[in-house]
Design a protein around this ligand. Structure first.
Ligand SMILES: NC(=O)c1ccc[n+]([C@@H]2O[C@H](COP(=O)([O-])OP(=O)(O)OC[C@H]3O[C@@H](n4cnc5c(N)ncnc54)[C@H](OP(=O)(O)O)[C@@H]3O)[C@@H](O)[C@H]2O)c1
Length: 238
């Protein structure tokens, strides 16, 4: 049965969000793809899949923008079966260490990378609650958010936002524990070639998006399995 999916951060054709959109469309699903600025690539996809793809403008840094997008989605659908919180950010100082890092950049990054995905869940919760197949929320995290495995001396913003996203995921997991119709996980997706300059990463985002799509279906009703997982579905240390 086709499902209705919301994916954030979908405007870059070489990145994960856009390729997840492609995979869900190819699977026959209906997709709300969110962007904060126009994307020619997504508009081209919209022409290919006019009945399945709905582009939502949503700057997740803005509560008002998220709420307006949720209202717009509710005019097009009465339910959402899957939210993939993919959008993220990192500051210009992300590769710097303490002496050179402007610490004031951490809080805005945590806001976009951790708090705002939960704002998206909150705003779209009425639609998630109406899923007939059981709703799933996937927060795209990173191994960089693992405190137990932290080895870096940089990523002060990015690591902190992903660790915070993991904590928020677990807290919501507890909140939804007795709801058989709603599940939430966070994922380390692996190292992907999502940047045109990066040829070293082992994973192609289009190929990998299908691996993730299939993985997510195994997690929809898995209330007892690991919450922070790798793309193979194994537990990753918090
Ligand atoms: N790439 C990897 O190897 C890797 C490894 C581990 C984890 N991850 C995680 O996987 C996910 C996808 O990675 P990626 O490399 O494909 O990401 P990316 O290329 O950095 O794309 C991030 C997306 O988030 C959007 N975004 C940023 N701030 C936003 C805001 N305020 N409102 C709405 N959208 C916003 C960007 O939109 P604009 O295009 O408008 O800037 C962009 O589309 C991310 O969560 C990342 O942390 C990636």
């Amino acid at each position: 049965m086709p499902q209705t999916v919301l994916i954030t951060g979908t405007g870059r054709p070489y990145a994960l969000g856009f390729n997840l959109v492609r995979r869900y469309l190819e699977n026959g699903d209906r997709v709300f793809a969110s962007i904060r600025r126009p994307s020619e690539a997504l508009e081209a996809l919209q022409k290919e899949y006019p009945d399945q793809l709905h582009i939502l403008t949503m700057d997740i840094a803005s509560t008002a923008s998220v709420n307006v997008a949720a209202e717009e989605a509710a005019r097009w659908t009465d339910h959402i079966d899957l939210i993939i919180n993919n959008a993220t950010t990192a500051s210009a100082d992300t590769m710097k260490e303490l002496p050179d890092f402007d610490l004031d950049l951490i809080a805005p990054a945590v806001n976009v990378g951790a708090v705002r995905p939960i704002r998206v869940v909150k705003a779209f919760l009425p639609l998630l609650k109406k899923s007939e197949i059981g709703a799933l929320v996937v927060n795209i995290s990173s191994e960089a958010g693992s405190i137990g495995r932290c080895y870096r001396t940089f990523y002060l913003d990015y690591g902190t936002e992903k660790a915070a996203l993991n904590m928020l995921t677990m807290t919501l997991r507890n909140y939804f524990r007795n709801d058989p119709n709603l599940n939430i996980i966070c994922l380390h997706p692996g190292w992907m070639r999502t940047n045109p300059g990066n040829t070293e990463a082992p994973l192609d985002p289009y190929e990998h998006a299908e691996t993730l799509r299939l993985l997510f279906e195994t997690k929809r009703h898995d209330k007892d399995g690991p919450v922070f997982i790798t793309y193979s579905g194994e537990a990753y240390p918090w």
